[in-house]
Each structure stands twice: as C-alpha cells, then as structure tokens.
Design a protein around this ligand. Structure first.
Ligand SMILES: C[S@@+](CC[C@H](N)C(=O)[O-])C[C@H]1O[C@@H](n2cnc3c(N)ncnc32)[C@H](O)[C@@H]1O
Length: 213
C-alpha cells in the first residue's frame, strides 16, 4: 500500500517534470542569468567555495593570490573574508602559448581594469612581477595562498614549492583549475600531495586545496 502511494507520487513528479514544470523553473533561472548578463567568469563566484567556509570564521587574514587578471577572484575574497592584507601577484605580460588568451584584451588594459576595480581597498597591494620573482615582497606567515597563474606544469610545481612554506599552521594552500584542460595543474598538485602526504581536497569549481595543520 505504502509502496504504491510512493510510486504514484513519483509518477506525478515525473509527469510534472515532463510537462515542463521543472523545465519552466530552469528556463526562469537561465532567463534571469541572461537578462542580467552575468558573465561566465562572474558565475564562477555565485556559489561559495568550500575552503572559504573554513576561513570565514577567522579575522585579519593575510592572503596572497598568484594570477589576478581582471581581479574577479580577488574581489570575491575581499567580499567573503576578513582581510588585513591581500597581495596580488601578476606580471600583466603576455605569457606564451599556454595562456589560451590570444583573443583576450591586451594585458595592460586588463591591469588597468583590475586596479580600478580594487582601488578602494587599502588592504590590497599589487605586485607586478612573475610569482618566481615576487617572494621578497611577501611576508613569511600568511593564512592563504591562492595559485592561479601560469597553468603549465613547471609553473604550478614551482608556485607550490616556493609558496607553500609561507603558509602558517592552520592556513591553506589553494589553487584553481584542477580540471581536464589543465593536466599541468593536476600533475603538479598530485605530485605535491604524494610527496607531502597532505590531505588534498577538491571541489566542483576546480579548486584544489591543502589545509596545513
Ligand atoms: C587564469 S588568470 C587569473 C584569474 C584570477 N585568479 C581570477 O580568478 O579572477 C591567470 C593570470 O595569471 C597571470 N600569470 C601568468 N603567469 C604568471 C606568473 N608566472 N606569475 C604570476 N602571474 C602569472 C596572467 O597574467 C593572468 O592574469
């Protein structure tokens, strides 16, 4: 009896789906997104990152981001976390075939836009350098390093190797694009994971992270 009722309701839900109830709802959401012209990049930040939840409880964070581009992610961090100091490292130079940015605007205008966007944040320091040259400009003990610069294996490997020492106990090493178009990111992250036996965590945004206890 109970089972039959269950099946009856399941059929009803299925029928409603077919008749467009859910279709209508998803069209409304899609329509809303299109109407408000939310760019793909902005949509990346509509859902909260899992690692952000762990850091949200803490105050006066010192954070480093490698690879800033238009500053979308930097802005997201500033919105979500209590930031004392945010170091943004980007050379704003064209950086070869790996970049997949041939059709993007010239890097100087990207830089201008990022700076204009974040100009009201006194806690932001731009470091216009390659990450490999920027270590001298960063303090020793930081709460979060976010790696999203050059995605080729050697660069991600070096960013992890150079910057993981800066993360203090309880802090996080995080990065973006652990995903199929970026095997270099995956190799470098997996290598570090195996070498250090740290616990690697992943999410559906393509973020990868290690919490340093
Ligand atoms: C994927 S974009 C960063 C996107 C940004 N994190 C966001 O989510 O809004 C990559 C950026 O890395 C920068 N970049 C490339 N090679 C770099 C390097 N060796 N050191 C630091 N930044 C680098 C590029 O100039 C580009 O702006």
């Amino acid at each position: 009896m109970y089972k039959r009722k269950y099946i009856f309701y399941l059929q009803k839900i299925w029928k409603a789906w077919l008749q467009g109830g859910f279709g209508f709802a998803s069209k409304m959401v899609a329509g809303h997104i299109l109407r408000n012209s939310v760019s793909l990049n902005e949509r990346r930040y509509m859902w909260e990152r899992r690692w952000v939840r762990d850091l949200r409880q803490r105050s006066e964070l010192t954070v480093v981001e490698i690879g800033v581009y238009f500053g979308d992610h930097a802005e997201y961090i500033l919105k979500k976390l209590d930031i004392k100091q945010l170091y943004l490292i980007d050379p704003y130079e064209s950086y070869g075939a790996n970049q997949r940015e041939g059709d993007r605007p010239r890097m100087s205008s990207v830089e201008q836009e990022a700076r204009a966007r974040l100009e009201n944040h006194a806690e932001v320091t731009f470091i216009k350098k390659y990450s490999s040259d920027a270590l001298d400009s960063i303090p020793d003990q930081v709460d979060l390093v976010y790696i999203d610069g050059n995605h080729a294996y050697e660069y991600v490997r070096d960013d992890i190797a150079n910057y993981n020492h800066l993360v203090k106990r309880g802090g996080m090493l995080v990065g973006h694009d652990y995903a199929w178009p970026f095997p270099g990111v995956i190799y470098a992250v997996e290598e570090f994971n195996q070498e250090t036996k740290s616990k690697l965590q992943l999410d559906l945004h393509g973020d990868w992270w290690f919490l340093f206890d």
